[in-house]
Design a protein around this ligand. Structure first.
Ligand code: OAD
Length: 233
């Protein structure tokens, strides 16, 4: 029987592809206020600003490619059942070949009418659709007449995929965390659902704030760290 690996990733796994992280020096949140461009309050205050921010994110995404870390994560599927749970809104895991990716914070390449995917409709994805690397503008409406918005979990919104992510982490034989500052909840608390005695590997060049005896920290960038992790398996 194949063992199960749950891989939790953050912006650091895509850094070597050329996508900036959020909280490192010079990161995205140094130039933009997340409460303006990535919060639900920001959306209702100034939709145009939020749409422009994600138009830019999509454009950047069209210019980059998966890196060796994304590829090595995808290759783990040869020997393991791999569940990738990513906070990233990019599509680099999929483009590298990972077949099971849960996007906790949504996907930059998808949009939906602003009056859908809520508690009332049970977070149904039936109105969510792919726009690839295209743009969305104020006044672009869905067939139901509602303004289109990015399919992103804004700050201040629920994280509907959390339950599924908890289930996947709690079933894993090995947990691997790559490139996340673990500052944003509830995602940051996911590793706590790892079973007793399950090893938790962290790949991140920076110090991590987890004090758990199960943790092995590989203090390297994602591409180098992944090679070391695979050797240690
Ligand atoms: P952060 O920017 O908070 O953290 C990035 C992490 O990646 C840090 O721990 C860095 O040390 C590490 N890092 C940097 N370069 C790396 C490299 N080459 N290899 C490996 N690690 C590297 O990004 P996240 O933790 O992903 O949410 O941020 C979480 C959420 O906050 C995001 O999903 C986003 C943001 O606001 C939304 O927009 C909803």
């Amino acid at each position: 029987m194949k063992k199960r690996i749950a891989v939790l990733t953050g912006a650091g796994v895509s850094a070597e592809s050329g996508l900036g992280t959020y909280r490192d020096n010079g990161g995205l949140w140094d130039s933009y206020d997340p409460m303006e461009v990535a919060s639900i309050e920001g959306w209702y205050r100034d939709r145009r600003k939020v749409l422009d921010f994600y138009n830019m994110q999509r454009r950047k995404l069209s210019e980059v490619r998966p890196n060796e870390a994304h590829r090595l994560i995808a290759e783990l599927e040869k020997d393991y059942i791999v569940d990738v749970i990513t906070q990233n809104v990019d599509n680099l895991h999929e483009r590298a070949g990972s077949t099971h990716v849960v996007h906790l914070h949504g996907e930059a390449t998808k949009v939906r009418p602003e009056n859908s995917f809520n508690e009332q409709d049970g977070y149904s994805e039936k109105n969510v659709f792919d726009i690839g690397y295209g743009e969305v503008h104020l006044g672009d409406k869905a067939p139901n007449g509602s303004q289109l918005r990015p399919h992103i979990v804004f700050f201040g919104e629920a994280v509907p995929k959390m339950e599924q992510a908890i289930e996947l982490v709690s079933r894993a034989d090995i947990v691997l965390i790559v490139g996340t500052s673990l500052q944003v909840y509830p995602a940051a608390g996911l590793y706590r659902y790892a079973g007793e005695g399950v090893p938790i590997w962290i790949i991140d060049p920076a110090e991590v704030q987890i004090h758990d005896p199960r943790v092995h920290h590989i203090r390297k960038v994602a591409t180098e760290g992944m090679k070391e992790f695979i050797k240690a398996l």
